[in-house]
Design a protein around this ligand. Sequence first.
Ligand code: FES
Length: 249
Amino acid sequence: MKLTLRVWRQKNADAPGAMVTYEVDSISEDMSFLEMLDTLNEELTLKGEDPVAFDHDCREGICGACSLVINGDAHGPERTTTCQLHMRSFKDGDTIDIEPWRAAAFPVIKDLAVNRSAFDRIIQSGGYISAATGTAPEAHSTPVPKPDADYAFEHAECIGCGACVAACPNGSAMLFTSAKINHLNVLPQGAPERETRVLDMVAQMDTEGFGGCTLTGECATACPKGIPLMSITNMNREWLRAQRKAGKR
Ligand code: FES
């Protein structure tokens, strides 16, 4: 395949950025999108030019490091992570626009790499669970109803990639935050910190400058792990419950 790439290039957070056009040839449809970018970078390096900076780690759809807006869509045209997107989703001769996540709370570090440490601070604000650690407890010592276990697991699938924020017109992190809260709040092990967790994480989310949710649903559509929009409603219910318990409502 022969492709025209229009890539966002930006030296650092303070420098102005611009789309720069590159032509790539000999791209196999079996390549992943990141392998296609590797090919571009090899060519740039051989020419003595600065390669394009972009995030990646596992390249298996697990870590959430990869983060590109491709032709206007977070992670591109398929509902998957950028590293699991393959070039067979494009046609020979296509022009592809490649940009970083666009959100005030995710400042650009360089080119396509953004700083997502705001997510880490939201998770840190949730604190630890106070369940005893040590050797694995006997499996039946803390019974968990099957629907609760399934619900927790569904939310634990969030890999924190930030596609929800990038897709949201408000730059909201409510889908991410709700996934982290619902994952622990439904389980007996997460019960002792149920109220403080939701209050502190939502407060940190607001402090980081993420926008509010207006239920456009773009977040759930872009999420490569299928975290449902209802997750946000459930977080709001948890937050109201915690506020009432704290005597604030
Ligand atoms: S590089 Fe790990 S999910 Fe894409």
